[in-house]
Design a protein around this ligand. Structure first.
Ligand code: FAD
Length: 294
């Protein structure tokens, strides 16, 4: 099913997973999927080469999600440093595997170097992939957006204009970078409305379950830690089980507030930890049912 059509029916609750590192067996992901399949998320997204994971497995895992577990799959795809021929091959593979949904992304330089923008390059920005995929046809297309601005462009107005251009090039929905203060999301949505960006937006939520994660989040995403969550980190940072419990509770509270405020969707960065997804899904079970029926 096209994800754009799921958004027409309900508040969309989705999970994000990543392929295992090349040194880990693919079984690790099968075990994870076995554990989360009964949560019946509306879709599962599979990252593409993010955080050191391999690109090769994205289509294989998306196919497993869709064809073995009968859950809708969203395959992430980055375009920077790719040619149209390479992207065509992936489109073809996705079609052969019955995968109808793509998260169209630019991606980053593997060594975190600045990206070179070159006129003769097939793709410089995600908007180029969005329009190329749109003209290829047959996919529902999502894209990334950043309530706190993108690391390379902290000017939120400029960023929003780039977002509008990307959406106008063919995106059906958006998924946000993670954030810890829902007001950032609400303000961002208001600005989107002013620019007439009208596609559904899923709020990306990542539970913080250990202290190490925090530095990584800040350096990779530029997301700010809210004063409320800083208090939690101060208090429980040195007690791993207390921090995990508090991090899951904090993310759950964010989700409940977002759902009470008519969010289009929740995208849970599940970090390949089934116990986290299970805990959150179990806490919002009735809220999810209510949202689906109202
Ligand atoms: P773009 O939309 O192209 O934006 C990139 C930058 O270019 C922004 O600063 C934007 O303002 C600027 N820009 C856009 N258009 C123009 C223009 N016309 N002129 C000048 N500047 C412009 N990375 C992975 O490698 N694999 C993944 O699977 C992955 N999944 C992700 C999922 C989500 C939900 C999110 C939020 C991010 C994900 N990323 C992933 C990270 C993403 O690749 C990086 O954030 C990357 O730096 C930007 O990608 P983008 O698609 O947002 O790019």
């Amino acid at each position: 099913m096209l994800i754009k059509d799921i958004f027409k029916e309900k508040t969309v609750i989705s999970l994000e997973i990543f392929p295992p590192k090349p040194t880990s067996p693919l079984d690790t992901i099968t075990n994870m999927l076995e554990e989360i399949k009964d949560l019946t998320p509306d879709f599962i997204s599979i990252t593409y080469g993010a955080g050191g994971s391999t690109k090769r497995h994205t289509v294989d895992i998306a196919s497993m999600v869709k064809n073995k577990y009968k859950i809708e799959a969203l395959a992430h795809l980055t375009c920077i440093n790719s040619t149209k021929d390479e992207i065509n091959r992936i489109f073809q593979l996705l079609k052969e595997n019955n995968i109808e949904n793509i998260l169209a992304l630019r991606g980053d330089h593997p060594d975190n170097q600045p990206i070179n923008i070159e006129e003769n390059q097939d793709f410089n920005y995600a908007k180029d992939l969005a329009s190329y995929a749109k003209s290829y046809g047959g996919f529902s297309l999502g894209g990334a957006c950043y309530p706190e601005g993108h690391l390379e462009c902290k000017n939120t107005v400029e960023n929003l204009h780039h977002l509008k251009e990307k959406v106008d090039n063919g995106l059906d929905f958006l998924i946000t970078q993670l954030f810890f203060d829902n007001n950032l999301f609400y303000n961002f949505k208001e600005k989107m409305e002013l620019l007439n960006i009208k596609v559904p937006v899923s709020a990306g939520i990542m539970p913080v379950i250990n202290k190490k994660q925090v530095e990584k989040i800040i350096s990779l995403t530029g997301a700010s830690i809210s004063p409320k969550f800083l208090k939690i980190l101060d208090k429980y940072g040195d007690n791993p089980s207390a921090l995990k419990e508090a991090g899951i509770a904090y993310a759950t509270e964010q989700i409940i507030d977002l759902m009470a405020n008519e969010v289009d969707g929740i995208h849970l960065y599940a970090m390949n930890r089934p116990e986290i997804a299970k805990s959150i899904f179990s806490s919002i079970g009735s809220i999810r049912k209510y949202a689906a029926n109202s």
